[in-house]
Design a protein around this ligand. Structure first.
Ligand code: TMP
Length: 224
């Protein structure tokens, strides 16, 4: 099962991810951008105010491809639950906002279409919902994206993505105190896991391929 945490900078998702890491010690915890050299290239680009947004998209895509190949797919094939702090939805929201003024006719659809042929759709996405003003204030402008006006555009792209009937997404009010947010995230994960555990109860073959097909049916996964 692949669980992703999504939200604006400053939404508290990394704090929740750390809390989950302490609680679910048997799961595989990961993040995007990653700590690989592809992720380092992404960080360099993020720290460059003049970086070309299209080039930056492809750096993020390279990091994602490597992440899937090296970390996510092997863990899923071993039947592990993976929790990723940011994933493909971040690209669709952040880079389509960054490319809004570019030559691309429809950055949102273009970025989705880049993922579809090779990426892997999450089973459950927890969206940390917060207003862009609070998010920017909390984030403290440590990179070029952490500004209210830009985060407003990003939020609009997240809403566009999740309003299209994407059933894998569950929202958390991220303006609540940190412990309340962390508890709600754990509750949603426990609920999803108990549902899959019921189906694991001896009735189904558990080897990797069928496990994945079954997850798709259970969570009625939509494409990216
Ligand atoms: P982080 O704050 O979660 O470490 O992410 C670093 C920044 O990178 C954050 O401002 C969001 C941005 N980002 C993108 O623009 N596109 C992506 O695909 C990802 C994963 C992150």
């Amino acid at each position: 099962m692949l669980i992703t945490l999504e939200g604006l900078d400053g939404s508290g998702k990394t704090t929740a991810w750390e809390h989950l890491r302490d609680r679910y010690t048997e799961y595989c915890f990961t993040r995007e951008p990653t700590h690989s050299w592809y992720g380092d290239a992404v960080s360099r680009s993020l720290n460059n105010d003049n970086a070309d947004p299209l080039a930056e998209l492809f750096l993020f895509m390279a990091d994602h491809a490597d992440h899937l190949h090296r970390r996510i797919i092997p863990a899923l094939n071993q039947g592990k639950t993976v929790i990723s702090d940011r994933y493909s939805d971040s690209r669709i929201a952040y880079q389509s906002a960054a490319l809004a003024e570019s030559r691309l006719e429809n950055p949102f659809e273009y970025i989705r279409s880049l993922h579809r042929p090779f990426s892997y759709s999450p089973d459950l996405t927890i969206y940390f919902s917060i207003d862009p003003e609070t998010a920017a204030e909390r984030a403290g402008a440590t990179n070029k994206f952490e500004r209210t006006d830009y985060l407003r555009l990003v939020e609009a792209q997240y809403e566009r993505l999740f309003s299209a009937g994407t059933r894998r997404v569950t929202r958390i009010d991220a303006t609540q105190p940190k412990t309340a947010v962390a508890n709600q995230v754990s509750e949603r994960i426990d609920a999803a896991m108990s549902w899959t555990a019921w189906f694991d109860w001896g009735h189904w073959p558990s080897y990797a391929g069928l496990f994945r097909i079954r997850q798709r049916i259970l969570f009625r996964r939509w494409d990216i």
